[in-house]
Design a protein around this ligand. Structure first.
Ligand SMILES: [Zn+2]
Length: 299
């Protein structure tokens, strides 16, 4: 009978784990045994050893292999770590990396991060990446908002590669993983824009079930939409398209002026009773928008 090897240990007591460290160590030639090398061959992840023994170094010492500890990994400086974070983010096409991914790709553990930055979150910050809790996935809303800001930046439908770079904060992979392809993601965006119909109720139309109060329900919902300060994504998109992704006062656009940011603005301010409908909305650049404040423009 052939022996099948499980790719996970059956037992995780210290003796079993130590045996596994020795087994793997014997497979890796050379003086140093890095966590990355170890994790490629081991049935137990180095982070488990870290938790069990306090550190990777302690784990090696427990296995009688203290001399194979790679102390160069403890002598990183902050510039090197920032560079590693940035290059890994580029490689993965993302704006954030979990600490576990970082460890798996670089072998750099918690300790140098904590010593140099105080926390992993601060290290991400220093590298200009966004923080995100482990395993977090972007919501549809975050994906669509990000797509709209990139769309506004170019004044046209962006291509997948443009999602890799600023101002995009959600990488291309997030879209492809969520919708199966970039094309499907764009279709989902368009569906969403169409669903955010400015004149319709937010959710369902009156159904047979609430026919008695149907008229009232619909009226109430529509009033709520128009009275909301928040401008729904679909409505913002339509106003931006109508205004051709340019400031209606000075003509500035992100496509032609570096750093130009566009906002969709209430013409009659919402605080003065202005409605959230396309006739009362317009595209302004940040400068024109800030200059305006809460004033009503003289006609
Ligand atoms: Zn302007």
């Amino acid at each position: 009978m052939q022996n099948f090897e499980l790719n996970k240990l059956t037992r995780y007591d210290k003796d079993s784990v130590i045996q596994e460290i020795r087994r793997v160590a014997a497979l890796i030639p050379g003086k140093r045994l890095s966590r990355t090398q170890f994790d490629q061959l081991s049935k137990v992840h180095s982070s488990t050893l870290h938790n069990k023994f306090g550190s990777w170094r302690e784990a090696l010492i427990a296995a009688g292999l203290g001399e194979r500890f790679d102390d160069s990994s403890e002598s990183w400086n902050s510039d090197e770590i920032v560079q590693k974070l940035q290059s890994l983010a580029r490689q993965l096409g993302r704006r954030t990396i979990t600490q576990r991914e970082f460890n798996e790709h670089t072998g750099i553990g918690q300790r140098p991060l904590k010593r140099l930055f105080g926390s992993y979150g601060r290290a991400l910050e220093a590298a200009g990446l966004t923080q995100s809790p482990a395993g977090r996935r972007y919501t549809d809303d975050e994906c669509f908002e990000n797509l709209l800001s990139v769309w506004t930046n170019y004044g046209r439908q962006p291509n997948l590669n443009e999602m890799k770079v600023a101002p995009s904060c959600v990488g291309p992979k997030a879209y492809v993983l969520r919708w199966g392809s970039w094309r499907n993601a764009l279709q989902a965006f368009v569906d969403r824009v169409n669903r955010d119909n400015e004149n319709g109720p937010t959710t369902a139309r009156p159904t047979e079930d609430n026919k008695d109060s149907a008229g009232k329900t619909e009226t109430t919902k529509r009033i709520n939409e128009e009275d909301r300060h928040e401008i729904k994504l679909g409505l913002r998109y339509r106003v931006l398209v109508r205004d051709r992704f340019r400031c209606v006062l000075c003509g500035a656009s992100p496509a032609t002026i570096l750093g130009c940011k566009l906002h969709v603005d209430h013409i009659l301010p919402w605080s003065k009773g202005g409605k959230t409908v396309s006739e009362n909305l317009r595209t302004l650049c940040e400068e024109c928008n800030l200059g305006k404040g809460n004033k009503i423009e003289p006609e």
